[in-house]
Design a binder for this molecule. Structure first.
Ligand SMILES: Cc1cc2nc3c(=O)[nH]c(=O)nc-3n(C[C@H](O)[C@H](O)[C@H](O)COP(=O)(O)OP(=O)(O)OC[C@H]3O[C@@H](n4cnc5c(N)ncnc54)[C@H](O)[C@@H]3O)c2cc1C
Length: 354
């Protein structure tokens, strides 16, 4: 008999899990608190431009990801990013990047990196409930119910997959019924081992062309002592920037972002512009538009305790997302979603012996 599955979060990990599970007969519903798809693999549009203001690119290094990206999903809109990632130090001095790091191809899509999430949803015809923030899960007999922020109840799921960043999953599970207090504590402690950095991403659109040092696509701060962690040129991605303009994405360092988290947007933009000038060119013109994003949970800096989670989670509850990897990477997050889908399949068919 077909089962009913709930997936919380329509980022790349949740969508990859749903994509894989959709080849069977089970009914899958995806609950997403925002209006859009793809989570931190995010794209915005402005004045004819598209820019990736979360994950800037993804790599395809594992066979699972290669199969998904190059075989299961359409490839016409994929764009391979030209140019290397160089480095700069605390004084802004440029060096060539790590050749090993630069060896692999870097990818986005012509319409932006969020196309990745959108394609998974489109190709598998996934059932997504946007603007649905789940605040609690409850066990009802052998099944699970979900409750959203408006108090609506969604009933009778055979399995639930949670994919928000680990601190948000922790909040959700803290208010949920997972079993006795000791079990709950084990789960929350295991998840709590995954801590996240916050980060500002500032997008700056300039008139005219900008030359990047060493003809790089992006520069990363190697000694982690600069206020700027990363700056990249969206023009290196086909289809992103209208002719005659340049867009730079500046990501401020985690420590700078934490110290300035509540500063007004205008001050964040001013600081990002001055940091970018110190690394690229002191005479960069004033941007004709700019845009900021405060990512509260940008990247995990430590992983959750996956082995303990697997032991402690009640039957039917699964977790995925980059908090399990401890590193903010699209590929890593997708792989956790594919792993979770495989575990859910064997749980739902009784093959795991549960
Ligand atoms: C600034 C920045 C730069 C980055 N650069 C790169 C890069 O260059 N390359 C790279 O590979 N990776 C990069 N990353 C990391 C990459 O974006 C993430 O690792 C990956 O997108 C995580 O996917 P996910 O599905 O685990 O989580 P998310 O994308 O966070 O998805 C989780 C989803 O759950 C939703 N959600 C949360 N709580 C609830 C709830 N209660 N109910 C319903 N829905 C909920 C969220 O809205 C979100 O859509 C970057 C990230 C940031 C922020």
């Amino acid at each position: 008999m077909p089962k009913k599955i709930a997936i919380i979060g329509a980022g790349v990990s949740g969508l990859a899990a749903a994509f894989k599970l959709s080849s069977g007969e089970d009914r899958i519903e995806i609950f997403e608190k925002s209006r859009g798809l793809s989570g931190r693999a995010a794209t915005r549009s402005k004045d004819g431009a598209r820019f990736d203001y979360g994950a800037n690119y993804f790599k395809v290094e594992s066979p699972e990801l290669a199969e998904l990206i190059f075989e299961d999903l359409p490839t016409e809109d994929l764009c391979r990013i030209a140019g290397n990632v160089g480095t700069f130090d605390k004084g802004g001095a440029f060096s060539e990047g790590d050749p090993e790091q630069n060896a692999g191809a870097k990818w986005s899509y012509r319409d932006g990196i969020s196309t990745l999430g959108k394609l998974m949803a489109e190709v598998a015809d996934l059932d997504i409930l946007p603007s649905s923030r789940i605040v609690r899960i409850e066990k009802c007999q052998t099944k699970w119910d979900l409750i959203d922020g408006e108090g609506r109840r969604y009933e009778d799921y055979d399995a639930v997959l949670l994919t928000p960043p680990a601190p948000q999953t922790t909040d959700l599970l803290r208010d949920s019924e997972l079993g006795d207090e000791a079990t709950s504590d084990r789960i929350l402690n295991a998840l709590g081992e995954s801590q996240y950095h916050s980060q500002f991403a500032v997008s700056l659109c300039f008139p005219g062309a900008i030359e990047m040092p060493g003809d790089c696509y992006a520069l990363i701060n190697a000694d982690r002592e600069h206020d700027l962690a990363w700056v990249s040129h969206e023009n290196a991605k086909a289809g992103h920037v209208p002719k005659g303009e340049s867009i730079l994405i500046a990501q401020m360092s985690p420590s700078w972002s934490a110290d300035h988290y509540d500063d007004p947007a205008a001050e964040i933009i001013e600081a990002a512009l001055s940091a970018v000038r110190s690394v690229i060119a002191a005479d960069l013109p004033e941007p004709h538009w700019s845009d900021t994003q405060r990512w509260r949970y940008a990247h995990p800096r430590t992983p959750a305790n996956l082995a303990e989670l697997r032991r402690a989670l009640p039957p039917g509850v699964f977790i995925a997302g980059d908090g399990l990897v401890g590193k903010g990477r699209v590929e890593g997050a997708i792989r956790t979603g594919l792993d979770a889908a495989a575990q859910m399949e064997s749980y739902l068919t009784g093959e795991d012996g549960a």
